[in-house]
Ligand binder design. Structure first.
Ligand code: NJP
Length: 247
């Protein structure tokens, strides 16, 4: 029978690439993000290629909307995979001068967003008898870098959710996989972080000879979730060869 995967932040970058990979692996994919036009277009593209894909507009920071999404799912078709990918970074200021509003926004999406969707879908994941929760954290969630500020703090939070949830669900039919990428070239992420300053973004990306692509990370996620049910891949760190390990 068809297995279902929910991907948050499926409108661009790693989320869109992961949705493609999971569709190719035979999953029915539910694409969620705020930009409805993007997820509708991706759903249409995947459907035209013979896959099963549906778009559902969703802001993961909106608890009520997340609960409504979970309630909209067919109770007879469980969810096998949840990829908590929605997230991002804002600003490059040092801790000394970082804007608390940025820190709050990053906490909302990278920590509370993961919490909301995971809590709302845990019953459907458990009902599958073999569920997988993926948390897209970051090397920023395991170590740190100057100017990482609120992003480092938030991704450490996402890492904490993954490790604690894995411990709490040990023996239950839901496993927890954390994927921590290093530098990935995804335009939206770069430009959000640098507030649209393309020169600043280009300067940071120039520091690493060949950043990962969204597909590199999607391959990592797809490999981990397609391991046999008795195997738990706890944590995969995937970095460009040219990026120094900082944790
Ligand atoms: O970035 P981007 P990535 N509710 O900007 C969505 C982590 N990461 O693919 O809502 C729902 O292309 C947004 O959708 P939309 C990173 O922290 C990256 O690189 O339509 N969705 C979009 O689809 C993040 O967790 C790098 O605007 C929300 C997606 O999130 C994940 O990888 C390195 C949302 C962001 O896609 C994907 O980022 C690393 C909300 N409130 C970890 N807010 C890297 N690129 O270098 C945002 O270690 N989204």
């Amino acid at each position: 029978s068809t297995r279902t995967a929910v991907v948050t932040g499926a409108s661009s970058g790693i989320g869109a690439a992961t949705a493609r990979r999971l569709a190719e692996a035979g999953y029915r994919v539910l694409l969620t993000a705020r930009r409805e036009d993007r997820i509708e277009a991706l759903a249409a593209e995947l459907t035209a290629a013979g896959h099963e894909a549906l778009a559902y507009p969703l802001d993961v920071t909106d608890r009520e909307a997340v609960d409504a999404f979970a309630a909209s799912l067919d109770p007879h078709s469980p969810v096998h995979v949840l990829v908590n990918n929605a997230g991002g970074a804002l600003g490059t200021d040092p801790v000394a001068t970082g804007d608390p509003a940025d820190w709050r926004a990053m906490y909302e999406v990278n920590v509370l967003g993961v919490l909301h969707v995971t809590q709302a879908l845990l019953p459907a994941l458990t009902a599958s008898g073999d569920g997988t929760v993926v948390v897209l954290s970051s090397t920023a969630g395991l170590g740190t870098y100057e100017g990482g500020g609120g992003y480092v703090a938030a991704k450490h939070g996402a890492h904490a959710i993954a490790t604690t949830l894995r411990l709490e669900l040990c023996g239950d039919p839901v496993r927890v996989i954390e994927v921590a990428p290093g530098m990935v070239r995804t335009e939206e992420f770069s430009l959000t972080r640098f507030r649209g300053d393309e020169e600043k973004a280009a300067a940071v990306y120039a520091g690493v000879a060949e950043p990962l692509t969204a597909e590199d990370v999607a391959d990592t996620v797809a490999w981990a979730v397609t391991r046999p049910p008795h195997v738990n891949i706890d944590l995969l760190v995937v970095r460009p060869r040219a990026q120094a390990a900082n944790h």
